[in-house]
Ligand binder design. Sequence first.
Ligand code: UDP
Ligand code: MG
Length: 324
Amino acid sequence: MKKESTLYVVIPCYNEEEVLQETTRRLKEKLTKLIKNKKISNKSKVMYVNDGSKDKTWEIIKNINENEELFTGITLSRNRGHQNALLAGLMTAKKYADVVISMDADLQDDINAMDAMIDKYNDGCDIVYGVRSSRKKDSWFKKTTAQGFYKFMKLMGVDVVYNHADYRLTSKRILDSFENFKEVNLFLRGMFPLVGYSSDVVYYERNERFAGKSKYPLKKMLNFAWDGITSFSIKPIRLVLSLGVVIFAISLLVLLYCLIIKLCGKAVAGWTFIVGSIWLVSGIQMLSIGIIGEYIGKIYSETKARPRYIISENLEDIKNEKNN
Ligand code: UDP
Ligand code: MG
């Protein structure tokens, strides 16, 4: 067993003023218990990442930071989305922590699963994935779309942990290696398995959001799923290729057919056929170009290598400077 490690809990927050106080209360209780039981060191903290919220989220975080030992925060210069905010938090927290757990601000993911995660880490695991054992409390729509998404990802050849979102423990060693993953289109739950090292899963029940609305409307969810597929899988391109081969084969047959018709002297007939094929083939071409274009779009944004986040203020550093 390792000696007590310093744990940082990283929580991206976008317009979460309604949940932050309650989240803080519950996590304070949890962390205090973990520290008391000597599961984690007393330097452990919760790090909120304000993802350019438009409400009072950052004021609340600053206020909590002033009054609570166990809480700190960083803020991004503008809203960059859940994945970027999470990455910003992870890369910042690893400077102070031995091990980091990421979770959502609404505590839909059961914080009591943290105990088992830390135990597995102490047993030598570098990544522990939180996996939803049931989705009874999710709406029918969310459940169906989410599970369909995981299945579709698998079909597309993307290695994701089924029913695992972003509730996960990662060791400092994992995060140090992760820093070298320079891609811009982030799909963290697909990227972490690529790092390697030993991993395990912990099962938990997913709760309802206790306040506020989901910050993941359908549009964001679809964008996220699309990113997941196109950032990780070249299967869509292969499908286009297979489609091309099939169409080419068919076109040879059609050519043969046309020749026979011509030789038989019945060439006038077949207007429907020609028009039909033009529409069909150009339709497929358009689709294919669209998919290939998507990848070119990705190459374009990757080559630009823009920073994935910009931290404008880090309360932890400010505090440390003051103390020195
Ligand atoms: N979030 C974020 N930036 C965004 C959208 C969401 O940091 O642009 C955070 C949000 O504050 C929450 C987490 O991502 O902590 C997950 O969002 P939410 O709970 O709304 O998603 P759901 O559980 O409905 O999928
Ligand atoms: Mg949620």
